[in-house]
Design a protein around this ligand. Structure first.
Ligand code: SF4
Length: 313
């Protein structure tokens, strides 16, 4: 029995081994060709599948994001916005008081981080005491500081308006230059100040004023997605024709300052309500009625300024 068992086992082993060798030898060419091929297919297929899966997941996300961005940026027709702004603010103007470009330049420098009302209380005293650029440039720093103190940052502001006056005398013959490039060289004058002065004093369309009020209104009307003043100005200048830039600057500022305020915008009374993606409440009455009311409020405020000026004179 024992030899038989050994024989069976060895024969099985031999058979298995020989079969394996035969299969291997017979299959080697194909296997050599097939195996790498199979590996290649598998390796190639897996990353490809992954790639497809990833791109399939990403594409809808990208589309959604793009649609969302376009949706947020979708603003009303510029002409419609202008039409309603013109009805609500028929007399767009700067609320700072001035008699000439130099006075406006000084007032705008003082208005940084302050209110026009405060500046309008300070400038009559300032210009009475130092009525020309020469006089202000020669004034003592401490004396000017005392006069402009209530506008805040008074040391820097006193220094800036004296230095600006000095530069006007030394480089521009005592006049405020009429180009943006020259004006931004004056101490204390950045692009926003230059746009206000050029537009309001000379009627030069150098850009659109983007102070905190104008930027807020532009963002709420979906005219921009930007945060930086220069980028918001660039967006606005693309949307609106140059002929509207000066008036629109005042309209955005006045609308933001008096109606579309930061904390409590009066959306139900806003003439632009139906055109505004950020409105918080439905409109009251027709847009013509709302525009007429805003215009009336604006006129009343202007009259108040004139009365206050007359009372001080
Ligand atoms: S509807 Fe409201 S948020 Fe829009 S511009 Fe008017 S006040 Fe501002």
């Amino acid at each position: 029995m024992r030899p038989l068992v050994k024989v069976k086992v060895s024969s099985k082993k031999k058979t298995t081994g020989s079969v394996r060798r035969r299969v291997q030898s017979a299959a080697t060419p194909a296997a050599k060709a097939a195996r790498p091929a199979a590996k290649t297919v598998t390796k190639t297929a897996k990353p490809a599948a992954k790639t497809i899966t990833k791109s399939a997941k990403q594409k809808p996300a990208k589309k959604t994001a793009a649609r969302g961005a376009r949706g947020r940026l979708k603003h009303a027709e510029p002409q419609l916005l202008i039409e309603r702004f013109q009805a609500a603010i028929p007399d767009p103007h700067v609320e700072l008081h001035f008699k000439d470009p130099w006075q406006l330049l000084v007032a705008v420098i003082l208005s940084a981080q302050s209110t026009d009302r405060t500046v309008n209380q300070v400038t009559p005293v300032l210009f009475q005491r130092w009525p020309t650029p020469e006089a202000l440039a020669d004034a003592a720093q401490e004396d000017v500081e005392l006069v402009v103190k209530s506008t805040g940052f008074f040391r820097n502001k006193a220094k800036a308006i004296r230095a600006a006056s000095r530069m006007l005398i030394e480089r521009f013959g005592g006049s405020v230059p009429r180009t943006l490039e020259e004006l931004v060289e004056v101490p204390g004058v950045a692009r926003k100040t230059a746009n206000v002065v050029l537009g309001a004093a000379y009627g030069v369309s150098s850009g659109i004023v983007t102070d905190t009020h104008a930027m807020r209104v532009a963002q709420r009307l979906a005219l921009t997605r930007e945060q930086a003043p220069e980028k918001i100005e660039a967006d606005l200048c693309q949307v609106f024709a140059r002929e509207h830039w000066i008036a629109l600057s005042h309209m955005l500022v006045l609308h933001g300052r008096h109606l579309c305020t930061a904390r409590a915008p009066a959306c139900s009374r806003c003439a632009l309500n139906e055109l505004c993606p950020a409105r918080l409440s439905p409109p009251d009455g027709s847009w013509h009625e709302r525009a007429a009311q805003e215009a009336s409020d604006m006129a009343e405020r202007s009259l108040g300024f004139v009365r206050a000026l007359a009372a001080r004179a």
